[in-house]
Design a protein around this ligand. Structure first.
Ligand SMILES: Nc1nc2c(ncn2[C@@H]2O[C@H](COP(=O)(O)OP(=O)(O)OP(=O)(O)O)[C@@H](O)[C@H]2O)c(=O)[nH]1
Ligand SMILES: [Mg+2]
Length: 395
């Protein structure tokens, strides 16, 4: 399986710039709203400390790449059109692209922290980025509520005479949310609601829609344009505001990440995505040098450009995913080593891991070994991040 991360936010916040920086694509960027209309899916990466050096080996990745002991494991990133207030009623480009976001397992909300764009993405001054955070959550909630209302409507019209469990039927109607029957039941009961839509009033339905949204679309905030003074001031203020403690806010400069990656590609500097420094390897004109020194200062104060951190925080912390290496206790004859590194749900068991590799491997599961310790582990053992696991099957 592969995870998809969706970039959301109002127009002109830097979603496409972030996307290009992370995936080295070239989708149009512009200081005017709705530069992006159609969604683009690209390959970005999450960093995982490679396990190969612990075995005195270098790895041979099938997907992504490895740079000085850091595996860059591919994941999908989606860039969509900007979202404006009222999108769920068709404002701006409407909510067609919300449907594109349905595929996303987790969201990065890109926010222009300079305060220099209004809620429609038009230039302004001293706009409070907190409003962006509020509006986006509200807009997503209304989109969820629309789907929930439709699900309830369909459930009502189809229910008569059916013997199916109520939550099974409701979960089916709400499959657009990507929520399982069991999860839906938990959410409903967790809110002290009955398993019967007829008993829910308007407020219950709103609360339920919001709860389903929070469960199915975890989110981090990328405080973008942090290379500007204005954005840094807002970042300091908002991360100090106790009302926003529940959010994970990561300072980001999509511009800086893009400049460093382009420089690396053009062989004028050496930079590994997510690192806290880089090395200029060519003579450069003064203006370029100055620009790079400013980026170096930024890295000095924030530790990195924030693009990698935002992606990894979304996947590993908000979503709780883990990365596991399928391995073998004996060396492979063909000289390959740790070819794969898979990202999948945290708390997965050895058997679930086997199934995620292939149904046949899952079905034939006999036992597994932790390759580091050589110890045998059972089917129900929960795996940890960076485990190296060998599966033995009956076939
Ligand atoms: N200073 C600064 N400007 C940025 C950064 N990222 C993006 N921008 C600028 O912000 C403007 C909008 O960038 P886009 O990437 O087109 O924004 P978007 O969110 O994709 O916009 P829509 O497609 O219209 O929704 C452009 O002028 C970018 O150059 C950044 O990290 N720092
Ligand atoms: Mg765009």
């Amino acid at each position: 399986m592969s995870y998809t991360i969706g970039l959301v936010g109002k127009p002109s916040v830097g979603k496409s710039t972030f996307f290009n920086a992370a995936t080295m694509n070239d989708v149009p960027e512009g200081a005017y709203p709705f530069t992006t209309i159609n969604p683009t899916v690209g390959e970005a990466y999450v960093r995982v400390d490679c396990a190969a050096p612990e075995f005195g080996h270098t790895c041979t990745p099938n997907h992504g790449y490895c740079a000085d002991g850091v595996r860059f494991v591919p994941i999908k990133l989606v860039d969509v059109a900007g979202l404006v207030p009222g999108a769920h009623e068709g404002k701006g480009l409407g909510n067609q692209f919300l449907t594109d976001l349905n595929e996303a397992d987790v969201l990065i909300h890109v926010v222009d922290f300079t305060g220099e764009t209004d809620l429609e993405g038009e230039p302004t001054e001293e706009h409070d980025p907190r409003e962006d955070i509020e509006f986006l959550e509200a807009e997503l909630d209304m989109w969820y509520l629309d789907i929930l209302e439709k699900g309830i409507e369909r459930y009502r019209s189809g229910y008569a005479g059916e013997e199916k469990a109520i939550e099974a039927d409701l979960a089916e109607q709400m499959s657009a949310f990507g929520i399982s029957e069991e999860e839906l039941k938990q959410v409903i009961l967790g809110l002290d609601l009955e398993l019967d839509p007829e008993t829910w009033d308007a407020e219950d339905r709103e609360t339920l829609a919001r709860e389903i949204r929070i469960r199915t679309k975890p989110m981090v905030v990328a405080a973008n344009k942090a290379d500007t003074e204005a954005a840094r001031e807002n970042y300091a203020e908002i991360t100090d505001d106790p009302d926003y403690d529940h959010l994970t806010v990561i300072p980001v400069s999509a511009h800086a990440e893009k400049a460093l990656k382009k420089g690396h590609e053009a062989d004028v500097l050496e930079y590994r995505p997510g690192d806290d420094d880089f090395e200029v390897t060519e003579e450069l004109p003064e203006a370029k040098r100055d620009g790079l020194e400013q980026i170096r200062e930024f890295l000095g104060s924030f530790g990195e450009t924030g693009v990698q951190r935002a992606i990894e925080t979304a996947l590993f912390e908000e979503l709780g995913a883990i990365a596991v290496f399928p391995g073998a206790r004996k060396p492979q004859d063909d000289g390959t080593f740790l070819q794969d590194c898979f990202v999948f749900p945290g708390a997965s068991t050895a058997e679930e891991f086997a199934y995620s590799l292939h149904t046949d491997i899952g079905e034939g599961f006999l036992h597994a070994h932790d390759v580091r310790s050589g110890r045998q582990i059972g089917a129900d053992t929960e795996l940890d991040h960076r485990d190296v696991i060998e599966i033995t099957t009956t076939n």
